[in-house]
Write a protein that binds this ligand. Structure first.
Ligand code: GLC
Length: 409
């Protein structure tokens, strides 16, 4: 079990970041944990899923409320936004700065890694709450079908993202070239994002037209790994229902496409595909390791990723693993990035995925090291947004929600 102090500290963050009320714009009740009161005071899609998983260990009523609230943001098309502004009064300034809204003032028109079915499955397993599961299933089915129908125009099983924040690893160097970044800083990134949004302005709300415009079209390895995991969870949640086979089949298809199209045998890593032309982006980042989270990844590929990259002190095996970018990349930035994030520091959510992945592939001792170091990070530096991979110093937002995932590790 968790030492009481760690659990108590996590509870303080999660319940301290709780936002509750009735939205003035749609009359719906909301109850969710925002990632950070100061830096991120809204509901974020994948953060909420991670919060729900951490809350399983603290407050299962809130774990359910978190996901129920997110599912209430589902649109008639099936789409679920990456950001929901339940509290309207807070958002205008934020929008001007971040340019996330496209079709509605109340939520973003973008996605985040589709992990929601995994979170629903975990909460259902922990609570046995059949009513919760049954209420979640129709919006989940509609959501994963929306992703397939509106984000996979070539029908290969890999969904595409239309801007870098959709992957949740916003400023990863793997997008530099595609974004045409000239200035390697947060300001440079925002300027590039602004250009992407300007190109999309006339196409607002038409995802297929946006993808066809080929401005930022990335079949992203991290996103598609999570897409496959989500559909696998959904298929299990559906049990004997007729749709179960559909999502099992789609999950297989996505896995097979990752192997056929994104695995680079020479490099020994998975790479994103850029553009309608599907040009591999040969930049190794934490995303290249993410397919380890697939339970049926072929053994030789598992070994290659673990031996060549993950456990190499030159690349990912640093004092506080796993950095978001290998230390061998000339752009690796281990310290305070001043907003230019996902370019070096260690994050708790990717550690959560990869520690589980290592355990499932028969590397319990490596998983144990990641878990022990992750815990050390929190004990030493608190629940921060990300951490320095050499010193363990806490960086970015304070009292950051998803670092409480350490409870689930
Ligand atoms: C940053 C992260 C993103 C996260 C958001 C809120 O933008 O890159 O993944 O969802 O903050 O925590």
């Amino acid at each position: 079990m968790h030492p009481p102090s760690l659990a108590a500290a996590a509870r303080r963050i999660l319940l301290g970041n709780l936002r509750r009320g009735v939205a003035s714009w749609n009359g719906q009740e909301y109850s969710f944990v925002c990632p950070s009161l100061r830096s991120y005071p809204f509901q974020w899609f994948w953060d909420s899923c991670f919060h729900a998983i951490a809350l399983i260990h603290l407050d299962t009523v809130q774990a359910r409320a978190e996901l129920t609230t997110l599912l209430r943001a589902a649109q008639p098309s099936g789409f679920i936004p990456h950001l929901v502004f339940w509290e309207m009064e807070k958002q205008p300034q934020f929008l001007r700065r971040n340019l996330v809204a496209q079709t509605s003032p109340y939520f973003s028109a973008t996605i985040q890694p589709p992990i929601i079915a995994c979170a629903v499955e975990r909460v259902y397993q922990a609570t046995g709450d059949v009513a919760f599961r049954d209420a979640a299933l129709p919006p989940l089915i509609a959501y994963y079908r929306w992703l397939r129908d509106f984000r996979d125009p070539d029908g290969d099983g890999l969904i595409a993202i239309i801007q870098p924040e959709e992957s949740g690893i916003d400023c990863s160097p793997k997008y530099d070239e595609l974004l045409g970044l000239t200035e390697l800083s947060n300001a440079g990134f925002i300027a590039a994002l602004r250009k992407v949004y300007a190109a999309y302005a006339p196409l607002r709300g038409d995802d297929l037209a946006i993808l066809a415009a080929d401005v930022f079209h990335v079949e992203d390895v991290l996103v598609n790994t999570i897409y496959a995991l989500g559909m696998r969870s959904l298929s299990r949640l559906l049990g004997a229902a007729p749709e179960a086979a559909e999502f099992a089949r789609e999950a297989d298809k996505t896995r097979d496409a990752l192997l056929a199209k994104c695995w680079d045998e020479q490099a020994g890593a998975f790479f994103d595909l850029a553009g309608v032309a599907e040009t591999p982006v040969s930049v190794v980042t934490i995303s290249s390791l993410m397919p380890l989270a697939l339970e049926d990844l072929p053994r030789p590929i598992v070994r290659r990723l673990v031996e060549q990259w993950l456990t190499s002190p030159q690349h990912f095996w640093l004092p506080y693993p796993l950095p978001s970018v290998p230390a061998s990349d000339p752009r690796f930035l281990p310290g305070d990035p001043h907003g230019f994030i996902w370019r070096g520091p260690t994050w708790m959510n990717t550690n959560w995925f990869l520690a589980r992945a290592l355990r499932q592939h028969g590397y319990p001792e490596l998983a144990d090291v990641i878990v022990a170091r992750s815990r050390e990070l929190v004990e030493k530096s608190g629940f921060r947004e990300y951490y320095h991979p050499y010193t363990g110093e806490g960086l970015g937002a304070r009292d950051f929600g998803w670092s409480t995932l350490v409870l689930d590790m």
